[in-house]
Design a protein around this ligand. Structure first.
Ligand SMILES: [Zn+2]
Length: 157
């Protein structure tokens, strides 16, 4: 399940997450990673797993010479943080708020996708079960004809 790490909006907090990060210096050092929106989520077992706090993209397999901005752009070109192309210290208050909104939206979409997938899997397994027990004959699976829904007048007018 995706986690919504409230604290990850702060570049200082993101920086703290890189305790086990394998590259202490160079193009993808912890400070450069945090600056490009990433924070470490892999702990000790997966030290090079990082995630963007806005688009939630998770990337691993980092190499010493990787540029976090380039990698971010390559794997999540539509990320609102990437599109701004600004260091956290250069962001205006409005941009910070906009990023928070985008982040919440993205999180809701991800949650929805996960729930939708779970429900679909559930549906599949229920149908399979019905099929097996012989209770899923054609009659039971017949779709109800959809009723035409009359449009109600909008109250906003
Ligand atoms: Zn991103």
């Amino acid at each position: 399940m995706q986690a919504y790490d409230e604290w990850a909006s702060s570049p200082e907090e993101r920086l703290k997450s890189f305790k086990h990060w394998p590259f202490k210096q160079g193009p993808c050092s912890p400070d450069k990673m945090a600056e490009a929106g990433f924070y470490a989520i892999g702990k000790k077992s997966e030290p090079d797993l990082a995630k963007c706090y806005v688009c939630f993209k998770e990337l691993d397999g980092w190499e010493r010479d990787d540029d976090p901005w380039l990698e971010h752009e390559k794997h999540a070109a539509q990320c609102p943080f990437v599109l701004l192309k600004k260091k956290p210290s250069e962001l205006t208050a409005k941009e910070i708020l906009t990023l928070e909104v985008e982040r919440s939206k993205k999180f809701m979409v991800l949650q929805y996708d996960i729930k939708f997938k779970l429900l679909q899997d559930l549906k599949e397994s229920v149908l399979e079960e019905l099929e097996k027990t012989g209770k899923g004959g054609k009659e039971n699976r017949k779709r109800k004809t959809s009723r035409a829904t009359a449009k109600r007048p909008s109250r906003k007018d």
